[in-house]
Design a protein around this ligand. Structure first.
Ligand SMILES: O=C(O)CCC(=O)C(=O)O
Ligand SMILES: [Fe+2]
Length: 276
């Protein structure tokens, strides 16, 4: 785990021109490669494209990211730095990716047992390892910019996947909404050697709302402001797990509905356009 955070630090410390040799494509559906500061702003519940552009211009998220997936993915090929630059980086990302995948399968097996259904019920939908590894760097900014709302990290949102396994460094700042008190956020204090597991929107739909997707956000915690009036930088590594099995229909998990508790969602087909 420390290894992948170390690689994230080394990658983001490269000069901008070098990082831009593996650019995230302009198309928003190809989640691979490097996204420089200013490219992204996470907002939920805003559908007007003009308002999204305005809000990104005014206060883009103060972060940069690098995304990768499994090798030889025809739909979303990886975008690596050219050979010879940062040797070992690609191997470290792929190694962490496949290690997470093994953990993911075990978590889904445990969930299935909790629902008292076949142990492999969820894993069969995740057999394609259609997952996304994201290295994130929230860089240090003047505290003044944070206080004026000019340098947000990530606004409140839920993840559009089945589950996220999130590794964070010691800097803190991740906050999770209390599902019983909407609007009230609790700090998810980093615990060394642990992952935060967030349920995604897809698992919520699948479980007929038995498991709610986690609303979360990232802020720059005040107790970590430096004496130089700058925020402390932060590194995190979310691993987004997505269901993908082209022939499968996803319907509410058996046991989460009955004659008295109706299904809240229609069954859907797992086409890539539905879930990406
Ligand atoms: O950096 C974090 O801790 C959270 C990142 C996150 O929520 C996301 O990328 O969806
Ligand atoms: Fe998230």
């Amino acid at each position: 785990m420390d290894g992948i955070i170390g690689w994230a630090k080394t990658f983001f410390a490269l000069p901008m021109e070098t990082k831009m040799l593996a650019p995230h494509p302009p198309i928003g559906t190809h989640h691979r490669g490097y996204s420089p500061p200013g490219l992204e702003k996470v907002i939920q519940q805003e559908f007007d494209p003009d308002k999204i552009v305005q809000s990104r211009k005014k206060a883009p998220d103060a972060k940069e990211s690098f995304e990768s997936g499994k090798e030889n993915d025809k739909v979303m090929p990886n975008i690596w730095l050219p050979d010879g630059i940062l040797p070992g980086f690609k191997e470290a990302c792929l190694d962490y990716f496949w290690t997470c995948y093994k953990v993911e399968l075990n978590i889904f097996r445990a969930l299935a047992l909790g629902f008292r259904i076949d142990e492999e019920y969820f894993t069969e939908y995740h057999s394609a390892a259609d997952n996304q590894l994201r290295l994130l760097h929230y860089f240090s900014v003047p505290v003044k910019d944070v206080e004026e709302g000019l340098a947000p990290r990530i606004g409140a949102h839920s993840d559009f996947c089945s589950m996220t396994m999130l590794l964070q460094d010691h800097a803190g700042g991740l906050e999770v909404e209390d599902p019983h008190n909407p609007g009230e956020f609790k700090t998810a204090t980093p615990i060394p050697g642990s992952l935060v597991i967030n349920a995604g929107d897809f698992l919520m739909r699948w479980s007929n709302d038995t498991i709610r997707s986690t609303i979360h956000r990232v802020r720059a915690p005040k107790h970590m402001y430096g004496t130089d009036c700058m925020t402390t930088e932060r590194y995190s590594v979310p691993y987004f797990c997505s269901a993908h099995n082209l022939s499968a229909v996803v319907d509410s998990v058996p046991g989460t509905w009955s004659e008295t508790v109706p299904k809240k969602y229609e069954p859907i087909f797992l086409r890539s356009s539905d879930i990406r």
